[in-house]
Design a protein around this ligand. Structure first.
Ligand code: TYD
Ligand code: MG
Length: 459
């Protein structure tokens, strides 16, 4: 029965409503609103008549900055440097990480490999509700694992898992997957939002009370959401997504949230016969198959998180249908940004695309969000438009303004160092970065540009 102060809360996204609704207006989920008691809803209007805490208790809670003692920031490391880097330099004790990804992408493989790594610090539990112990062992053997500190447990009852962990106190626990867990306290079936919420709360509780690290696997639904409440993402310390294109053998691990490190960091792995292998020199990987001279292709150093990746921009222009709508097919780049760049190209470089079809592609499956790739897009377009070759040892860095001005970019030193390392000969850079660049020495020919007119004068 609904009491005066109770609210309805969406189990999927946390949206609150005073009356019951069949469909959540926030996330669009059906039948997700349930009653939630809000006991203290009127606290703001009530007079507090009695002091609840003593002066002493209050003083204990308010601590000066200087007096705060730092927690031991020791982190568990693996031999997989890229994995540790994504975590922010290793796994923090008591940390709870959600690993999401499409089925079959390699989540279980990655975590079994990492479980094996973490046994150097003590016992590790791999709890699965997805596969039989024999299946997991089979995979482990394929990965070359032989380890008596790694324990496999087949269990889906979260209350039992809580006890196993609280009593045995392993260092790290893998839960594969959150959607298979259930609690006897809740009547809904495993995988239902209430069950997922309950299981996650219990995991976070046992992790924080005992300083035990957890990796939780979460499957993603077809529309890209973690199946289960969005709240799950708020309850954990970090969320990583494992992604990759169908048919390709590399995988991208991306940090989407990280309380103990930076977000949007990516690491590249390849899925091989005997498991996942990190690719440390990812730039070499993305730009390997190229000719000395190309039309319509140029390299741009872009920042993903705090790391520089060298990516290739490819463009193509074809005669479109003279009376149809021209095609603008864009992969790995923001489509609106391409429209703006095409407009700048038309106005400032005379690239008249009219009814022609335009294709822009970033091979390798990564998407460019860094605006410093603007100049590269226009150079690549101009090269196709005029049918002139671009040397493959030249890269481009620069964000564009509507007047055709080339704007300053951040982290120029990192970008130039990466180009240098991979044997580039020259690079177009913004004039406004000159001061910073001239402070250092680079084994690169630097071509400073204020605007696109200067670029056109040079070619
Ligand atoms: P898996 O880790 O089971 O994916 P998820 O847990 O995300 O559903 O990986 C499944 C795929 O990985 C499967 O198609 C087989 C492939 N694979 C390899 O290519 N090499 C290997 O060493 C392993 C263990 C799996
Ligand atoms: Mg799996």
């Amino acid at each position: 029965m609904k009491k005066e102060n109770s609210m309805y809360i969406c189990k999927e996204c946390g949206y609150k409503s005073v009356k019951w609704l069949g469909k959540c207006p926030n996330c669009g989920e059906w039948g997700s609103l349930e009653i939630e008691e809000e006991k203290d809803i009127n606290v703001g209007n009530k007079k507090i008549t009695k002091q609840i805490f003593s002066e002493e208790e209050i003083n204990k809670k308010i601590i000066s900055f200087n007096e705060i003692e730092m927690e031991d920031n020791f982190r568990y490391k693996t031999r997989v440097k890229e994995f540790d880097r994504i975590l922010g330099g290793g796994l923090v004790q008591g940390e709870v990480i959600l690993l999401t990804g499409n089925p079959g992408i390699g989540k279980s493989t990655l975590l079994l490999q990492m479980a094996n790594e973490y046994t150097r610090y003590g016992e590790v539990f791999y709890i699965s509700g997805e596969e039989s112990l024999a299946q997991i062992k089979n995979r482990g053997e394929r990965l070359g694992i032989k380890n008596n500190k790694l324990f496999l447990i087949s269990e889906t009852n979260i209350d039992k898992i809580y006890e196993y962990v609280a009593i045995k106190k392993p260092k790290v626990v893998i839960v594969d997957s959150i959607q298979t867990l259930f609690s006897e306290n809740s009547e809904s079936t495993a995988g239902a939002p209430t069950q997922i919420r309950e299981a996650t709360l219990k995991i976070v509780d046992v992790a924080k009370k005992n300083n035990i690290c957890f990796f939780i696997v979460g499957h993603i639904t077809k529309d890209g959401k973690v199946a289960g409440p969005k709240m799950l993402e708020h309850m954990v310390d970090a969320v990583f997504n494992f992604e990759g294109e169908e048919g390709l053998f590399y995988r991208i691990l991306r940090s989407e949230k990280n309380r103990f490190g930076s977000t949007n960091e990516i690491a590249i792995f390849s899925m091989e016969e005997d498991g996942l292998k990190e690719i440390q020199n990812s730039s070499e990987y993305f730009i390997s198959e190229r000719n000395e001279k190309n039309i319509g292709s140029i390299i741009v150093p872009v920042l993903e998180g705090t790391k520089v990746f060298l990516l290739e921009i490819q463009t193509l222009i074809t005669e479109g249908n003279p009376i149809g709508i021209p095609k603008r097919v864009v992969q790995g780049f923001d489509r609106n940004r391409i429209q703006i760049l095409m407009a700048i190209g038309e106005k400032r470089m005379g690239i008249n695309l009219g009814n022609k079809d335009v294709f822009v592609n970033i091979p390798g499956g990564l998407s460019i969000k860094d605006p410093s790739a603007d100049l590269g897009v226009l150079i690549s377009l101009l090269s196709v438009y005029k049918n002139v070759e671009i040397s493959q040892k030249i890269a481009a860095i620069g964000e564009l303004g509507l007047r055709g001005e080339i704007r300053k970019v951040f982290f120029i030193d990192k970008r130039l160092r990466e180009l240098e390392k991979l044997g580039f000969k020259g690079v177009y850079v913004p004039e406004s970065n000159r001061k910073e660049i001239e402070k250092k020495q680079y084994n690169l020919k630097l071509i400073y540009l204020k605007n696109l007119d200067e670029f056109l004068e040079r070619i």
